[in-house]
Design a protein around this ligand. Structure first.
Ligand SMILES: *Cc1c(COP(=O)(O)O)cnc(C)c1O
Length: 376
């Protein structure tokens, strides 16, 4: 056994997450640990909650970071809102929609799928038709920004349809949060969750989540206890609730929350609108560069995501070879396709702190050089 410290190489992260963490956030991460019930830590928790509310454009009291990655946010949303035997309509237009459906099945729910071709937005008409056929559905679940295909769905319209059919809306905003509008109150969304390592550029392993008053009420009125003890919001609330009386549930990831606090400060210093505009401008810069290299984007312009650009791999080009030439020659990471898209697409992320003109240009240079090397 070789026992020695690990020093990671220098990388530019332009895949589907994690993204490059700003030195200010890394510095916050390494500050001395304090107790998870220290009054100063509780003050930090309250500030984190307030900043999360601002970032989701919500006044929801039940807004907090779950101490686990985005997948745990997804699981928490399903586990808290749904009970065995409940009916849920799940939109599937990529890998993360499939995961939502898998969660619902494992919770013992009856699942009605609204399927869409991968790379396309969820079709609101199909959703309306499905909700009309399933009047007893309790929840409509969908992914706002499908990271596996690069397609954006119309969250506002889908949440409105849920409301019109008496359903709670469950929104995956893991990739969209901070890089495009995620307006929980405006949309009247009932649960919205995200992850910290994508467009916030914080450490991985935290999942901010917000529950509407309606959703909170639904949790309080459950017939069965929540099957997951760790993700039970009624218990987690005891630790994250208002005031001085905090009840130990689990030890918070203290230093990760130092980092989250700093990343949220930086986000609000820049401003959400400015961050959305920056992501869009960098997307346009990248798109123009890709097109001038003769590469094609998979998603039609109206459904494109700014922070996740999906490029069709040209005929006869070796996917893995190009990505490893980029990693080894330029220290730059882009992502492969997931599931059925593997070998067909590359996914280029422009996320958070890494979403900058010099990175866009470096990526285009790396891609161009690696493509011509791989073709030889
Ligand atoms: C990344 C991602 C997740 C999962 O987040 P993890 O932090 O990897 O668990 C869920 N949904 C979407 C849309 C994602 O992009």
């Amino acid at each position: 056994m070789k026992v020695q410290s690990f020093t990671p190489p220098q990388r530019i992260l332009m895949g589907a997450g994690p993204s490059d963490i700003h030195p200010r956030v890394l510095a916050a991460l390494s500050r001395p640990t304090i107790g998870h019930l220290d009054p100063e830590f509780i003050r930090l928790m309250d500030e984190v909650k307030e900043m999360l509310q601002a970032s989701f454009f919500t006044e929801n009291a039940l807004t907090l970071p779950i101490s686990a990655p985005g997948s745990a946010g997804m699981e928490a949303a399903f586990a808290n809102l749904l009970e065995p035997g409940d009916k849920v309509v799940v939109c599937v237009n990529g890998v993360f929609g499939q995961r939502m459906a898998a969660n619902a099945v494992r919770m013992g729910c009856e699942v009605a799928l609204v399927e869409e071709e991968w790379g396309k937005a969820v079709d609101p008409q199909k959703v309306a038709d499905t909700l009309a056929r399933h009047q007893d559905a309790k929840v409509l679940a969908f992914v706002h920004a499908e990271t596996s295909t690069g397609a954006a769905s119309d969250a506002q319209t889908l949440c409105r349809l849920a409301g019109e059919h008496g359903c709670l809306s469950l929104v995956d905003a893991v990739t969209s949060w901070c890089s495009m509008p995620v307006l929980a109150d405006d949309w009247q969304a009932d649960v919205v969750y995200s992850g910290t390592q994508k467009c916030l550029s914080c450490v991985s392993g935290l999942s901010p989540i917000t529950f509407s008053e309606r959703a909170r009420q639904a949790i309080l009125e459950r017939r069965h206890p929540i099957q997951s003890w760790f993700l039970d919001m009624q218990l987690v609330m005891g630790y994250w609730q208002e005031g001085e009386q905090r009840v130990y549930h689990h030890t918070a990831p203290i230093n990760a929350l130092f980092a989250l606090h700093e990343a949220l400060v930086m986000l609000l210093e820049e401003g959400l609108e400015q961050s959305w505009a920056r992501h869009w401008a960098m997307h346009e810069r990248l798109r123009d560069g890709l097109e001038s290299l003769g590469l094609e984007l998979m998603v039609e312009p109206a459904a494109r995501l700014p922070m996740l650009n999906v490029v069709k791999i040209p005929e006869g080009v070796d996917d893995a070879r190009v990505r490893s030439l980029m990693l080894e020659g330029f220290g730059l990471e882009i992502s492969a396709g997931l599931g059925p898209m593997k070998g067909k697409i590359w996914r280029i992320g422009l996320m958070g702190n890494g979403c900058r003109p010099d990175h866009v240009d470096r990526c285009l240079e790396a891609l161009s050089a690696s493509l011509s090397k791989a073709r030889r």
